[in-house]
Design a protein around this ligand. Structure first.
Ligand code: ADP
Ligand code: MG
Length: 341
């Protein structure tokens, strides 16, 4: 099972200036996996701009035209989790062999490799093995290769071997075309002025565009009312209003530990191991800047330390953010994850 979403096809992927290069490169790769200079093909761009859709469209196209090809689509996060599990279960060989047997690997969201040096090592070897055997790699990322500061240089240099193509925010015509395509697929119809209004006002990314349409339809079903422009305006006001959930220290601890692949308990322990100290200090820093907890309580939470330890940790983190580009990326990545919830 290649783990592909069958709806993510080229057919369903509307073309526009925002994706022309990436789309045609993807098409070329799908016709000749491993046989073009686009290896790896790196698709990058912001949240909700169609990276996963396009990458999987390549996989679906290959499966449709060359059913014998072994294709796997895996998110970077899942890959990291599988790696950790295989370490635990002593099945590292099976893990590596599985991926090295593939004809095509689609690895989604490689920016999530940041901070995970062990998993990057393994992927580096799998990458080399496949690339040398003429197999295709397709990767997606939220940043251009040159901006992926949290990744090991040797892996980054591999990512630069092929073609990197970016996805940008679609223009208004493309946004309207996407909305119309979705409506057609779902067998629904909205008035032209509503489509135009939504496409005009939701201009961050395609996911929000779809979200707006779904919520519009849901409201009209609930209220048993036709969707007209005034309902659309009303709805959009609610849609744009975003929720601000509270962030807990438990959640910070969990995110930081996942990010650096360290066991959660260790952060509260006495250990002075470098990677644990780093995770602990960043956790304290984030607790100070993203919660209303006192320094004393933060110290107590992270293993019964006193408030001066917290001050020192925050100072250290701030200094490193200023002087160490890689470190800065770590902290920003984690902050982004924090805010997504
Ligand atoms: P990303 O992986 O970049 O965060 P996704 O691939 O998950 O974004 O896309 C978000 C949603 O927008 C998906 O439902 C996808 O089908 C849709 N989408 C994005 N770009 C297009 C496009 N050009 N045409 C049609 N649908 C698109
Ligand atoms: Mg995605």
């Amino acid at each position: 099972d290649p783990q592909l979403n069958p709806n993510y096809t080229f057919e369903n992927f509307i073309e526009g200036d925002c994706n022309r290069l990436a789309r045609s490169a993807g098409f070329a790769v799908a016709a000749k996996p491993g046989g073009t200079s686009f290896n790896p093909l790196m698709i990058y761009g912001g949240v909700g701009l169609g990276k996963t859709h396009l990458a999987q469209a390549i996989g679906n196209e290959i499966k449709a035209t060359m059913p014998d090809k072994l294709v796997i689509c895996v998110s970077c996060e899942k890959f990291c989790q599988q790696f950790v599990d295989s370490l635990k279960n002593n099945t590292i060989n099976d893990f590596v062999n599985f991926y090295q047997a593939m004809d095509v690997i689609i690895m989604d969201d490689v920016h999530n490799f940041a901070g995970k040096d062990k998993t990057q090592d393994i992927f580096f070897h799998i990458f080399n093995h496949l690339h040398q055997s003429g197999k295709q790699l397709i990767i997606t990322s939220d940043k251009a290769p040159k901006d992926l500061a949290g990744l090991e240089e040797r892996l980054l240099s591999r990512f630069k071997w092929g073609l990197s193509a970016d996805l940008t925010v679609p223009d208004i015509e493309t946004r309207m075309a996407i909305l119309k395509k979705k409506m057609y697929q779902d067998g629904i119809e909205l008035p032209e002025d509503v489509i135009e209004y939504v496409a005009h006002n939701i201009d961050n990314n395609v996911r929000e565009l779809e979200g707006a349409m779904v919520s519009l339809l849901a409201q009209s079903t609930l209220n048993k009312k036709e969707v007209d422009l005034s309902l659309a305006k009303q709805m959009l006001k609610n849609f744009i209003k975003n929720s601000n959930k509270e962030i807990s220290m438990e959640y910070i601890q969990k995110l930081v530990c996942e990010y650096f692949e360290v066991p959660v308990e260790m952060v509260k322990s006495k250990t002075r191991k470098r990677e644990i100290v780093q995770a602990r200090q960043i956790s304290m820093y984030l607790a100070k800047s993203h919660t209303k907890t006192s320094l004393k309580s933060i110290g107590a939470f992270f293993g019964g330390r006193d408030h001066s330890t917290v001050i020192y940790a925050c100072q250290t983190v701030e200094d490193l953010i200023d002087t160490d580009k890689k470190f800065k990326t770590y902290v920003h990545d984690i902050q982004k994850k924090l805010k997504m919830n």
